[in-house]
Structures are given as C-alpha cells and as structure tokens.
Design a protein around this ligand. Structure first.
Ligand SMILES: Nc1ncnc2c1ncn2[C@@H]1O[C@H](COP(=O)(O)OP(=O)(O)OP(=O)(O)O)[C@@H](O)[C@H]1O
Length: 445
C-alpha cells in the first residue's frame, strides 16, 4: 500500500445472511452447507475508496445505505465478505453504536480498558488519565458504572478517550449530536485541529456539516457507490436526488403558502410577512437562550473581561426565549482593566459543528473615531439584528473583545461559549439559517 494512503478499499463487499425465522439459524448450523435457510443481503457492493493521510472524507447516504457497515469494517469490528481493505495507522472511532464500554465497569475502568484496546500501555494511560478526565468533565460519575450514565455522559467519556490515544485516523458519526452544545463545540475544536495533520472519516446525514468539514465525499446508495468527489459537488447531487424523491411524495404536511399578501413598506417594517402565520403554527421557531458562562472555555481576560452577555428585546428586557425572525439586541459588557486605545467587541453565532453562521463587530462603526476606554471603565456593545430562523439544535454565541483594527488586533478576552441558543422546532426556512424575508410574491399572468 502506498505510504501516502491511510485507507485503501478495493472492490469491497459485505453480505449479511438474513434468516426469516429465528430457528432457521439453528437449522443452518446443524445442516451445514447442504441446505440454505437464509437469504443473502448485500449491504455493500464493490466499493472503492482511497483516503490519503491528512485528508477528511465524508460518507453520506440515506438510512440503510451501508455507511455504518463500511465504518465498522474500517474500524476492524466487522469482516468484509470479499474485496480488499487496508488501513495504515491507528483508527479511533466515535460511533453511535457505542464506544465498546463495559456497562458494569466504572468510567475510570473503562478508560483503562478502551485506551488499552487502542494500544496504550498502562503507564501511558496513567500519564494521560488526568487529561482524559478533564476533557470528559463528568465529575464524580467517573467512578460510577457506565450503565448509570446518560447518553451525553457516555459520549463525553468516549470522545475524551479517542482524543487521547494518538489516533492516525479518526472515525466519527452522528454520535456527537448526543452531546450538549458546550461539549460538541469542544469536540469540534479538537476535530478541526486533528484534521490539519491526520485523516478523518465523518459520517452524517447532514450535508452542510459534511461540506464544512470534508475535502471529499463518498455517497452510498443502497450499498452501492453512487459518487465520490469534492464534498460540495457530491452533497449537491445527493440533495438533488433526495429532494427529487421527496417531491414525488404527497405534500399534506407542507405549510400553507398559496398566497401571501405583500406588506406595504418593507423598508420601514422589516418583518417577514409570514411572521403571524408561522408564529401561530407548529413551525414557530422557538429559541431558548441559555446561561452566560464566563468561565467556560475562554482565554485572556486580564486586561479586559467580558462580564455580561445578554439578549434583550427593544425595551431592554432580558430574553430567555426568542422566536426566530424577531428583532433582538445582543448586549456585551466588558470591564476594562487597562487603557485601551481602540477596543473592538465582536460576536459569532456558530452551529454545533463550529461553523460560523453569522457574526459582527464594532470596528467599522468606530473606524474613524475610535472610542478609547480608560482603565476602570466599562464598555457596552449592542448589536441589534433580526434573529434568523435556526434549524432544530444547539448553537453557541462566541463573544470577544480585542484591541486594534479589523485586520491587526490583539485578542484580550475570548469566550467560546458565552450563550447557548437552543432551537426547539424546525422553522419553515431551508438552509443552515433562514433569514426573515420582507416580501415573497407569486403572480399569475
Ligand atoms: N447484522 C445484520 N444483518 C442483516 N442486515 C444488516 C445487518 N446489519 C446491517 N444490516 C442491513 O444492512 C444495510 C446497511 O446498514 P447500515 O447500518 O450500514 O446503514 P447506514 O447507512 O449506516 O444506515 P443509518 O443511516 O440508518 O445508520 C441495512 O439495510 C441494514 O438493515
């Protein structure tokens, strides 16, 4: 195998034997090859794939298309029926199917067990144990049997182990979606650093996360290799095929959008014309705003420190819930500990995979008249905007204060997870975010 390759797959097939009745399995064992009591089911057919070292490859496909089967074979937990599979390096996997923990053992015992299965010696595990425990951050549960864990705790511990075993190839599937937003962001920061030098195989139904993370994508369709190529191109083809199939289905569940009247002056009342209709329906995009956590994943803070981050309405009242499409104000208060000549305050809203959805800062508004802040003062930045519609899931608001210009600045305090926004319902819009549209019309001539 070429030394540049991390994984080489040629003509790979996997056939499962499916028994219609449980006792047929027993009969098969007793009769041997004389008679067949099973049907063959080919979960993977003739798959070719090369993954280079340092490459990030996504696998996409509908339910049952063979993604997990392929991953399990790459991880060595499932044997191919035929074909070639070569893996060059240590594979660590975070799979929804589980981390292979023993439910009766404590978290600590499972760390030792799992890490030793990855080839670490007891001395190496001793050395790394503190870092693993810190990464998992599950407190006293580390001493409890894993069977008492929530799925989030389980995934925290599993990820903490795979992050510390010096893997050359990391395999990750939808397991990450179980973790909370803080933890998922931590994992994504690890994954993005890992990808810079090592190989990642990432499996998801979510094409936007695949595009954001992966160089290339393999699209599996009912066990067959439908397409392999640049992530964006393959995902677009996949979505076209998916929506093509969906559009042939009955549309009873679609929201009513036959005719919506145009608002008189959209430039004065910038509000999506469907707001009232949508907000009265099951499509209302309820967004919960969760805690400000200044000590959670941050750096800096000595010369200037963000002391408050809140979302408020136009009257200044703090909001614990927002509805997508509503006008909100993000207020950031910074305690200044030393003189700052050109402070900048900014924010980013990121999804669970760390993709920046939107963000902004105060730089351009004060470019020609920088507002200096003396030691002991307090800076307050306010960003007024219409909250986009957010698909169901968790999002984080990162906040930072810096000094300098847009391009050259020194970060003074950066909070990775200042706020979490939890979207409880999928909105009507499609895409990573939906923007409120001031007008939509449909006319017939
Ligand atoms: N042990 C098994 N015996 C028989 N059939 C199996 C077995 N494991 C998986 N299959 C079948 O193989 C096909 C591929 O399954 P696989 O789990 O790899 O799909 P997937 O793309 O990962 O699906 P999902 O997105 O739902 O996780 C499915 O039709 C599944 O029912």
């Amino acid at each position: 195998m070429c030394s540049d390759l991390a994984v080489r797959v040629r003509g790979l097939n996997k056939c499962y034997h499916v028994y219609d009745k449980p006792h047929h399995r027993l009969l098969q064992m007793l009769t041997g090859k004389g008679r067949r009591f099973f049907r063959e089911f080919w979960a993977l057919k003739d798959i070719d794939l090369d993954i280079r070292k340092g490459e990030t490859v996504g696998i996409i496909g509908c339910n049952g298309s063979g993604k997990s089967t392929l991953l399990q074979m790459i991880c060595g937990t499932l044997t191919p029926t035929s074909g070639e599979l070569q893996v060059n390096g240590r594979v660590a996997a975070l799979l929804e199917l589980g981390a292979g923990f023993n439910p009766e053992f404590s978290g600590r015992e499972n760390v030792y067990l799992a890490a030793s299965l990855y080839g670490l010696s007891p001395a190496q595990i001793d050395e790394r144990f503190h870092a693993i425990a810190e990464f998992a951050d599950i407190g006293e549960f580390l001493e409890q049997p894993v069977k008492t864990y929530s799925s989030g705790m389980y995934v925290r511990l599993a990820f903490a182990v795979v992050a510390h075993v010096d893997a050359d190839i990391l395999v990750v599937d939808e397991a990450l979606s179980v973790g909370d937003a803080f933890f998922t962001q931590k994992c994504m920061r690890f994954i993005r650093t890992f990808c810079q030098t090592k190989s990642l195989i990432f499996v998801s139904h979510d094409s936007s996360s695949i595009i954001s993370l992966c160089d290339r994508v393999l699209w599996l369709d009912r066990g067959e290799q439908r397409q392999t190529g640049p992530a964006k191109e393959v995902c677009e083809q996949y979505l076209n095929a998916l929506f093509g199939a969906l559009s042939e289905q009955p549309v009873d569940a679609q929201p009513q959008r036959k005719h919506i009247a145009r608002l008189g002056q959209p430039e004065l009342v910038w509000k999506d014309q469907r707001t009232d209709l949508v907000n009265a329906s099951a499509f209302r995009n309820d967004l919960q705003v969760l805690r400000f956590a200044p000590d959670e994943a941050a750096f800096g803070g000595e010369q200037a420190r963000v002391s408050s981050v809140v979302l408020t309405d136009s009257q200044g009242a703090n909001l614990a819930w927002v509805v997508g499409g509503e006008q909100v104000t993000l207020s950031v208060v910074v305690d200044v500990a030393c003189d700052l000549a050109r402070p900048i305050v900014g924010f980013f809203v990121k999804d669970r995979l760390g993709q920046t959805l939107f963000g902004d800062n105060t730089y351009f508004s004060y470019q020609h008249q920088p507002l200096s802040a003396p030691a002991g003062s307090q800076l307050t930045a306010r960003f007024e905007f219409y909250m986009p519609w957010l698909a169901k899931g968790d999002y984080v608001v990162q906040v930072a204060v810096a000094e300098g210009s847009q391009h050259e600045h020194r970060q003074l305090h950066w909070l990775h997870e200042a706020l979490v926004i939890r979207s409880h319902h999928d909105p009507v819009a499609t895409g990573i975010i939906g923007i409120p549209l001031s007008a939509i019309s449909l006319s017939v001539a």
